[in-house]
Design a binder for this molecule. Structure first.
Ligand SMILES: [Mg+2]
Length: 140
């Protein structure tokens, strides 16, 4: 679904776009690649937001590059350091398998993974409401 509302979306890596295999990169979580590509095509900005650092972060970044999924930022939203000194990545939506309430799928390895089909439906419902999601604070 395409709407006029364009979001900055922070996306976790392990358990969300790939299966758990840290320090390696696991297999793609079902429907992650097509869903992420669709979000970019709809005009949303994706920011990789992960606990990975150093070479492990580089591997995660490469996963996106290898699949032609454009990232607007890694660990931080573009330009956020101009208006905040916070270490939390700014986003209007966070997609993370560890988020309370995140839709999950349960595979044979005993670990839950983000459910991209249900997640996309939740996002589309949110967008359809036309809400001002987590806006950047305005100057006082
Ligand atoms: Mg995770």
């Amino acid at each position: 679904m395409s709407t006029n509302k364009k979001l900055i979306i922070a996306v976790d890596f392990d358990g969300t776009v790939v299966k758990h295999a840290f320090p390696f990169v696991g297999a793609d979580v079902p429907h992650a690649v097509e869903s992420l590509k669709a979000l970019v095509e709809d005009g949303h900005k994706l920011v990789l937001y992960t606990m990975r650092a150093g070479a492990f972060l580089a591997e995660a970044h490469k996963w996106f590059l290898d699949r032609g999924i454009t990232l607007a930022g890694v660990q931080y939203a573009p330009g956020q350091t101009e208006w905040t000194a916070s270490n939390k990545c700014y986003a209007q939506v966070y997609i993370d398998d560890a988020a309370l309430g995140a839709p999950l799928i349960f595979e044979d390895d005993g670990r839950p993974y983000f459910d991209w089909i249900k997640g996309k439906a939740i996002l589309n419902d949110l967008l359809a409401r036309g809400l001002d999601l987590n806006p950047i604070p305005k100057d006082k």
